[in-house]
Write a protein that binds this ligand. Structure first.
Ligand SMILES: [Zn+2]
Length: 317
């Protein structure tokens, strides 16, 4: 099974009425890497002619051997999500040209996948709209996007929208167990119960623990201990962690409950009772401000030290 366990229901829905599959699908609601992985598996299955009982591709038939890169009935248009590459009218023209050709397989479908469709320019979106409105016979256009709000409403209204759901906490724990990451389960809350976000950040776990050990000291924190590892993952990363810690202190102070750091309850209780509410709110405000420009070229050290001086001073003892 090449999909994540929490996508199983969605997978079954996709194949529940294959003969009536619409000509345009729009997948959204998760990280684009997670969506694109699922969509690749779906496309493989739609092309394969020897599906397994659970509708997974066989990996052996002529269609599977062609693979996603070479199959003559498939076109994948991608934009690198890390770079700010746009998808242009030229890309959409390629799509139209491809769909005009007859399919290689007898009675086969021609499939186009447009990954990270929020990268389409307005002109490209309008050009694509015409194809979605009047699609050639037997074609399937698949769009993927993290947030559906980033697409033109005229596009979304013409597609069947398919939203990804998050794993439940039980599914997330089971997944970490099964992938030999049992030791990370206690950090799930810090990543909003997303095992994929947690795994993507796995390497930073020792850093996080060292930083938390300093933060737990409250007023007694020695600012000389703010070393290179605090900056290793960039200013945005450390400010994000500090924000979650400050939120946890405020949450316990006001609501007597925990969210991100359930394993640090003992320290959170003591620190939040010891923190001055006005100073804690002011500290949070500073973190929000720094985060807004943390990814630009600023002096990380000056910004971090100033906010940590504030942190130290907000505790009464
Ligand atoms: Zn196959």
């Amino acid at each position: 099974m090449n999909i994540y366990p929490w996508q199983k229901d969605l997978w079954e829905i996709m194949f529940s009425n294959k003969t009536k599959m619409p000509h345009a699908l729009l997948f959204y609601g998760a990280k684009t890497s997670e969506i694109n992985k699922f969509v690749n598996e779906l496309v493989k299955s739609l092309l394969c002619n020897k599906l397994s009982e659970e509708n997974f591709s066989c990996g052996e038939c002529e269609n599977c051997i062609w693979g996603l890169k070479n199959h003559p009935d498939l076109k994948i248009i991608e934009s690198d999500s890390e770079k700010s590459e746009k998808l242009s009218v030229t890309n959409v023209r390629e799509v139209k040209k491809f769909l005009e050709l007859s399919s290689h397989q007898t009675n086969g479908k021609k499939i186009v996948t447009i990954c990270n469709a929020d990268k389409l320019t307005i002109a490209a979106s309008n050009s694509l709209l015409k194809t979605i409105e009047e699609p050639p016979n037997d074609c399937l256009i698949i769009l993927t996007v993290k947030d559906v709000a980033n697409l033109l409403p005229t596009i979304t209204s013409r597609c069947r929208l398919i939203c990804f759901s998050k794993p439940t906490i039980e599914q997330a724990k089971e997944f970490l167990n099964r992938t030999d990451n049992k030791d990370l389960i206690s950090n799930l809350e810090l990543y909003n119960n997303s095992p994929l976000d947690l795994l993507a950040d796995k390497e930073t776990m020792p850093n996080i623990n060292s930083i938390l050990n300093e933060l737990k000291k409250g007023r007694k924190i020695d600012l000389m201990n703010i070393n290179n590892y605090w900056f290793e993952n960039g200013l945005f990363w450390i400010i994000n962690l500090l924000q979650k810690w400050a939120y946890e202190l405020l949450l316990f102070k006001l609501c007597r409950t925990h969210n991100y750091f359930p394993n640090e309850k003992e320290y959170i209780v003591e620190l939040s009772e010891n923190a001055d509410l006005t100073k804690l709110l002011s500290h949070q405000k500073s973190l929000i401000q720094i985060k807004s420009y943390a990814e630009t070229a600023v002096n990380s050290e000056i910004n971090l030290y100033s906010v940590m001086i504030e942190y130290k001073k907000m505790f009464k003892v």
